[in-house]
Design a protein around this ligand. Structure first.
Ligand SMILES: NC(=O)c1ccc[n+]([C@@H]2O[C@H](COP(=O)([O-])OP(=O)(O)OC[C@H]3O[C@@H](n4cnc5c(N)ncnc54)[C@H](O)[C@@H]3O)[C@@H](O)[C@H]2O)c1
Length: 369
């Protein structure tokens, strides 16, 4: 049967939320209410191919509606539920960049913790009158902390977050489970490894590397580049989210990852090698000559790696892309879509170092109560 639910997607103008919205609109019969505050990371242009006019935020697609709103605004969230009448919510809105959480943790506590609690309250009221409703929470493997050279995160791994970002996401996961255990709200949680792919905001490692290469700028690698992440192509992630929504059991957690562990240095070198082939430098030098080792991120976790056996065994999920195929698609997308990243680079983020611990702002008191 065609999936035709009414879905709220929070954070829909972000990297993963826009990919999920595209998937829902192109491969299912779902109707989507895209909710986003449009922070610096919210890019309405990412929903252009889904039918959104980025200037007016009106949609030419009858199955897509956009609501500019803050998930911390209880009355706006209550109204969104009452007006849209969702069957489910995919909750992705978050402050998502570890480096920014080091410089200013307050917004992370506000959006990721208070915002999630606000949405849970709106969802709870809605679910009491509409029992088929499910709350799906999208989280990160960073809640589990850091691994040594061996082993994988499973759904049973105890939480041990280290950064303000991962601690705020861990808090949000706990809140979601608490609303199920205490009030009976049906919830599903996914914890995913590092994503990469089209429409990724240029402050993150992969797009930053691609764009710095194209502009002939240094390619910053933290520490000695040995930190390992488990890389997943964003479309594989959002297919997993849809599968969990359709077939996952309420109350369950599913880890999402594709067994693509790479050191940060390997990631940067891969991007360089693909660009050497697709867009050789005019002077014949290799892009890797731009690699520059910089001071490490404070509290930098050494290694993340996901065991996705539950998702694969119980729900039959498989990643379609491996690291090399996904990375090639990604580099090609940035080469073909300068219209998307050029204005972000010029107006929002030009590649400066974040999170070196230089400009720490404490959470405002109103954010933490
Ligand atoms: N990117 C990854 O590698 C990754 C991996 C695992 C999990 N996740 C999780 O997936 C989710 C999406 O990540 P992403 O990479 O797409 O992030 P992103 O930063 O690209 O997008 C976040 C979106 O949320 C919106 N937003 C922020 N604060 C808001 C608020 N108060 N109210 C409404 N909207 C708000 C922003 O405008 C933005 O559009 C996050 O919850 C993140 O923790 C991300």
């Amino acid at each position: 049967m065609l999936y035709s639910k009414r879905c709220i997607v929070t954070g829909a103008a972000g990297f993963i939320g826009s990919a999920l919205t595209r998937l829902l609109l192109t491969e299912t019969g779902a109707t989507v209410l895209a909710v986003d505050k449009l922070t610096y990371a919210g890019v309405p242009e990412s929903l252009k191919e889904s039918g959104l006019d980025p200037a007016t935020l009106s949609s030419s697609n009858p199955r897509l509606e956009f609501l500019k709103a803050d998930i911390c605004d209880q009355s706006a969230m209550d109204k969104a539920f009452a007006d849209f009448r969702p069957d489910t919510i995919f909750h992705l809105a978050a402050e998502s960049h570890v480096d920014r959480s080091i410089d200013g943790p307050g917004e992370f506590v506000r959006t990721n913790v208070v915002g999630t609690a606000t949405l849970l309250q709106a969802a709870l009221k809605w679910w009491k009158a509409h029992p088929g409703f499910v709350f799906q929470h999208i989280s990160t493997d960073e809640v589990y902390g850091s691994l040594g050279a061996e082993g994988f995160f499973t759904e049973q791994t105890p939480y041990r977050p280290h950064s303000p970002y991962s601690a705020s996401k861990a808090s949000s996961d706990h809140l979601v489970r608490a609303w199920m255990d205490t009030y009976g709200l049906p919830v599903k949680i996914t914890n995913c490894s590092n994503n990469y792919g089209p429409y990724h905001f240029p402050e993150k490692l992969v797009p930053l590397t691609i764009l710095n290469c194209l502009e002939g700028k240094p390619l910053p690698v933290y520490g000695s580049g040995v930190n390992v992440r488990d890389w997943l192509y964003v479309e594989d992630h959002v297919r997993a989210l849809l599968l969990v929504n359709e077939r996952g059991k309420p109350g369950e957690t599913y880890n999402v990852g594709g067994h693509n562990e790479r050191t940060n240095l390997e990631v940067v070198e891969t991007v360089c090698a693909i660009l050497d082939e697709l867009r050789p430098r005019a002077d014949g030098s290799r892009y890797s000559s731009l690699i520059t080792f910089v001071a490490d991120r404070p509290g930098h976790d050494l290694r993340y790696a996901i065991n996705p056996d539950k998702l694969m065994g119980d729900l039959g999920w498989r990643a379609r892309e491996n690291f090399d195929s996904g990375m090639r698609k990604t580099v090609q997308w940035y080469l073909d879509n300068e219209w998307w990243w050029r204005s972000i680079r010029e107006k929002k983020y030009a590649g400066e170092r974040l999170g070196a611990g230089r400009s720490i702002s404490a959470p405002a008191a109103s954010h933490v109560v």
